[in-house]
Design a binder for this molecule. Structure first.
Ligand code: NAP
Length: 318
């Protein structure tokens, strides 16, 4: 029996991958989506999503479920496995899975997202799960009526600081500059929240623990070089994000920050391989943008697969 070749293999079940799945199924592509965790990606971790059109306020986990249910309603197969490598080919691309199996596909959409960046300071790794966290929604509950430090000045730091302010007694937002990178609406909310105190021009240089739990952080003022210890029960780090490029095949171009470079159709440097969502170099990293990427890539992949199959059939006839 000839080996099965999928029209499309989608790697990653975040908003981009699931939207690609919806569009691919509607375009009648024989598609499989491979996701190592739960569908939804980083969206699952968001307590509240307020900027996905059609939903003024929805939990990230609920929105993830809605995306997955929508894709599955069109018959999308979601494989719960990890992809270990991708071997590009002229005839088809081969996707290697952690159980030793392989999948073959005419087209592949990469939607592997990324991971929160680490500060790399003393006490960060040792105290992970003991007061050091990269997810307020996951761990905020443990800091009810306590004091926490949030590090970073972007949208994530602002959103998570606001979330933590609902639970904690006091939130210090430590930012290395004198102005937040976060959007003006989030910046205003942070400024208006009386439980949040912003420590401007400051960096956390160490996280300290006592009896297996975080008890303080060392802070340095980058303008005066003054250092001080600040008592805190938790340190939440939101300083950006590193794209998951471990399985991106050689031959696909990455930019200086490590994001996959594509054209405006999400096409990478290898024919039939597309990159979407937070993995891809682009201006805004938003659920709606990832979903848009997924739709674009699936539509272009459908066009590519159709042309490729027609050309393969012509070659057979000759
Ligand atoms: P980000 O926008 O890259 O912000 C990272 C923040 O961490 C910056 O303020 C940066 O400072 C600071 N930082 C970086 N390295 C640091 C270090 N070593 N020490 C101290 N501070 C450091 O990352 P993000 O907040 O995770 O957001 C990622 C993307 O997702 C953005 O495009 C964002 O708009 C989007 N996002 C949107 C929403 C929303 O709209 N609801 C929510 C979350 C995220 P500098 O400012 O000085 O560089």
């Amino acid at each position: 029996m000839p080996e099965k070749i999928f029209d499309l293999i989608i790697i990653g079940g975040g908003p981009g991958g699931l939207t690609a799945g919806i569009y691919a199924m509607r375009a009648a592509l024989d598609t499989v989506l491979v996701e190592k965790g739960v569908p939804g990606g980083q969206m699952v971790m968001s307590a509240e999503v307020e900027n996905y059109p059609g939903f003024e306020l929805i939990g990230g986990a609920e929105l993830s479920q809605k995306f997955a249910q929508h894709a599955e309603a069109y018959g999308l197969e979601i494989l719960s496995k990890e992809v270990t490598a991708i071997e590009p080919g002229l005839e088809h691309h081969t996707v290697h899975l952690d159980d030793g199996e392989t999948l073959k596909g005419h087209a592949v959409i990469l939607g592997t997202g990324g991971n929160p960046r680490q500060l790399g300071i003393s006490g960060e790794e040792d105290n992970y799960g003991k007061g050091v966290s990269y997810c307020a929604v996951c761990d905020g509950f443990f800091f009810r009526n306590k004091t926490v430090v949030v590090i970073g000045g972007g949208d994530t730091a602002a959103e998570e600081a606001l979330y933590l302010a609902k639970l904690a007694e006091k939130v210090y937002l430590v930012h290395r500059r004198d102005e937040l990178r976060a959007s003006s609406i989030l910046t205003k909310r942070v400024m208006d929240e009386c439980k949040i105190e912003i420590l401007w021009n400051s960096v956390v240089t160490a996280i300290k623990a006592n009896d297996g739990a975080v008890c303080a952080v060392d802070i340095r003022d980058v303008k005066t070089d003054e250092t001080r210890e600040l008592a805190a029960d938790g340190a939440f780090i939101f300083i950006g994000f590193d794209p998951n490029t471990a399985i991106v095949p050689r031959g696909i171009k990455l930019n200086a920050e490590g994001y996959v470079v594509t054209d405006d159709r999400c096409q990478t440097a290898i024919r039939g391989i597309y990159a979407i969502g937070d993995l891809r170099d682009k201006y805004a990293r938003q659920i709606v943008v990832a979903a848009g990427d997924g739709a674009t890539a699936a539509l272009i992949a459908a066009h590519y697969v159709e042309s490729k199959k027609a050309s393969d059939a012509c070659k057979l006839d000759e």
